[in-house]
Design a protein around this ligand. Structure first.
Ligand SMILES: Nc1ncnc2c1ncn2[C@@H]1O[C@H](COP(=O)(O)OP(=O)(O)O)[C@@H](O)[C@H]1O
Ligand SMILES: [Mg+2]
Length: 455
C-alpha cells in the first residue's frame, strides 16, 4: 500500500508525539486527533488504520468503533487500553477492532502490529478487487442500445479488449458513455484481474497531476516525505484511464508521450527509469484535432493516442436507443426505490425519443431517476418527467453566446416554440410558461409559423 494513512486518537499530546515520531522513522504518515469529534472528521476523509484510545474528552473510544467502521469500512482499528481493563479490550474486539494494545504503549510492539495490520489491509483489498472482477458487471451487454452506431461501438470495444495493450482514444460528448466504454475494454481484456485506475486530468493542477500519475521520490518536493507510487505503477499489468486528456498541459503531454513510446518513465525527482506494462485509455469531449491545429495539443501525442479511436455517438443521433435505455434505467431505479414501476406511456416515450439530450445518456438517466422518484402510478407519464429546459432559456448557468455570424431571431423563436410544444406534448399553456410568454403570444407565433409554411 502506498502512503497508508494512520490516525492516532489520543488526548495526550506526548503520546501522539512519541507514536508519530516512531512511525515517521518507518516512513509512515501519521494523522492526529485529540477527541472523538476530531477523529470522526479525519476518518470521513479516509484512513487506513486507527489507533484508538478509550478515554477521550468527549466520550469513550470504544463507543465510537461502530461509527468508525461505518465511515471507513475496511480500516483496521487498534484499541489502546489501560492495563487493568480487560473488558474494554474484549468489548473492542467484539465491536470489530482488529487488535488491542495495553498502555503504556510499547513502541516496538506497536510498530510490529501496525505493519501486520497494513499487510492484512492489503490482503483484504486484494480479495475485494478479485471479487469485484469476478462479479464485474462490465460485460458488453452493459452497453445498452441496438442502433447501428452503438452496435459498432460494442464490437470495436470487444476487438480492442482482445488486443494486448494498444492505446485507445475515446471521444464523444459528455455523458455518451466514455467511462463505461473504458471499463468494458478493461474488464473484458486479459488485464481484468489487474487494477483499473482512473484519473481526471482536469481535476488536478499540473504538478499534482504529474506526481499522481508518475509518483515521486522521497524529497522530490517539500511535502514528499516518502517515495510514492503513481497511478501508472499502481495499475501495473492493468489499465490507466486518462479522462479529459485534452485538459493536460503540454509539458505533461510530452511525458505521457514518452511513456507510451518507451514504456518507461521517471518518478518526479527520480533519475531512474521505471519500466512498466499498462494499457492507456484516454478520453476527451474536446475536438483534439482542432486543439492540435491551435497548438494546444501535441500532434505526435494525438496520433499516438489515436492508434485505436472510438467515437461515442451523441444520443440525439440514435433516438432509437432511447426506449431501451429508459427501460433499463427504469428497472434499475424501480428496484432501488422499491417501487413497482413497469414502464412509460407510449406517448411520453415518443417525446423522450425526440428530445435533444445535450447531456446524453447521463441526462437521460437523471431524468428517469427523477421521474421514478416522483411517479405516483406504475406507468410513468410525461408529467412525471421534469424535462430540463435548455440553460440559455433559463437565464442562469452558461449565458447564450451570440454567434459570430449573427442570428435569425425569428427562426430561433419558432424553433424554441416548437421545442416547448414538443416537450409539453402540445399543451400551449405549459409551453408558454416554459418560454415566459403569454398563451396568446404562443398562439400568435404558431399562426405566423403556419402562414410562413404556406407562403
Ligand atoms: N450505452 C449505454 N448503456 C447503458 N448505460 C450507459 C450507456 N452510455 C452511458 N451510460 C451511462 O450513462 C452515464 C454516463 O456515462 P459515462 O460513461 O460516465 O459518460 P462520459 O464518460 O462520456 O461522460 C453512466 O451512468 C453510464 O453508465
Ligand atoms: Mg466521463
Amino acid at each position: 500500500m502506498t502512503d497508508p494513512k494512520i490516525l492516532v486518537v489520543d488526548d495526550e499530546r506526548l503520546i501522539r508525539w512519541s507514536i508519530r515520531e516512531r512511525l515517521r522513522e518507518e516512513n509512515l504518515e501519521v494523522l492526529e486527533a485529540s477527541s472523538l469529534a476530531e477523529a470522526m472528521s479525519q476518518v470521513q476523509q479516509g484512513v487506513d488504520l486507527v489507533l484508538l484510545d478509550n478515554r477521550l474528552p468527549d466520550g469513550q473510544g470504544l463507543a465510537a468503533i461502530p461509527a468508525i467502521r461505518k465511515a471507513a469500512p475496511d480500516a483496521c482499528i487498534i484499541m489502546l487500553t489501560a492495563t487493568n481493563s480487560v473488558e474494554v479490550a474484549v468489548e473492542a474486539m467484539k465491536a470489530g477492532a482488529w487488535h488491542y494494545l495495553t498502555k503504556p504503549v510499547n513502541l516496538d510492539e506497536l510498530t510490529v502490529k501496525i505493519h501486520q495490520a497494513l499487510e492484512t489491509l492489503d490482503l483484504r483489498r486484494e480479495v475485494q478487487t478479485l471479487r469485484d472482477v469476478m462479479s464485474a458487471p462490465w460485460g458488453p451487454e452493459t452497453i445498452i442500445g441496438t442502433s447501428a452506431a452503438i452496435q459498432g461501438v460494442r464490437q470495436m470495444l470487444l476487438k480492442i479488449a482482445r488486443t494486448p495493450g494498444s492505446t485507445v482514444l475515446l471521444t464523444g460528448e459528455s455523458g455518451t458513455g466514455k467511462d463505461l466504454a473504458a471499463k468494458v475494454i478493461h474488464y473484458n481484456s486479459q488485464r481484468a484481474s489487474k487494477p483499473f485506475m482512473n484519473i481526471t486530468c482536469s481535476a488536478l493542477q499540473e504538478t499534482l497531476l504529474e506526481s499522481e500519475l508518475f509518483g515521486h521520490e522521497k524529497g522530490a518536493f517539500t511535502d514528499a516525505r516518502a517515495q510514492k507510487k503513481g497511478l501508472l505503477e499502481l495499475a501495473a499489468g492493468g489499465t490507466v484511464f486518462l479522462d479529459e486528456i485534452g485538459e493536460m498541459s503540454l509539458a505533461l503531454q510530452s511525458k505521457v508521450l514518452r511513456f507510451l513510446e518507451e514504456k518507461t518513465f521517471k518518478r518526479v525527482g527520480g533519475a531512474q527509469d521505471v519500466a512498466l506494462d499498462v494499457r492507456v485509455i484516454a478520453a476527451t469531449n474536446r475536438n483534439l484535432q482542432a486543439d492540435v491545429e491551435a497548438g494546444r495539443f501535441r500532434e505526435d501525442l494525438f496520433y499516438r493516442l489515436r492508434v485505436l479511436p472510438v467515437e461515442l455517438p451523441p444520443l440525439r443521433d440514435r433516438p432509437g436507443d432511447v426506449e431501451a435505455l429508459v427501460d433499463f434505467f427504469l428497472k434499475r431505479f424501480a428496484k432501488e426505490f422499491k417501487k413497482p414501476l413497469f414502464g412509460v406511456q407510449p406517448a411520453a416515450m415518443r417525446v423522450l425519443a425526440q428530445q435533444s439530450w445535450p447531456g446524453n445518456v447521463r441526462e437521460l438517466r437523471n431524468a428517469v431517476e427523477r421521474a421514478a422518484l416522483l411517479a405516483e402510478s406504475q406507468e410513468l407519464t410525461l408529467e412525471d418527467f421534469v424535462l430540463v429546459p435548455p440553460r440559455a432559456a433559463h437565464g442562469h448557468g452558461q449565458p447564450m453566446v451570440l454567434p459570430e455570424e449573427g442570428i435569425d431571431m425569428d427562426a430561433l423563436q419558432d424553433e424554441l416554440v416548437r421545442q416547448a410544444l414538443a416537450r409539453t406534448a402540445g399543451n400551449q399553456t405549459r409551453a408558454a410558461q416554459l418560454l415566459g410568454l403569454s398563451r396568446d403570444q404562443v398562439r400568435y407565433r404558431l399562426e405566423r409559423m403556419g402562414t410562413a409554411a404556406q407562403s
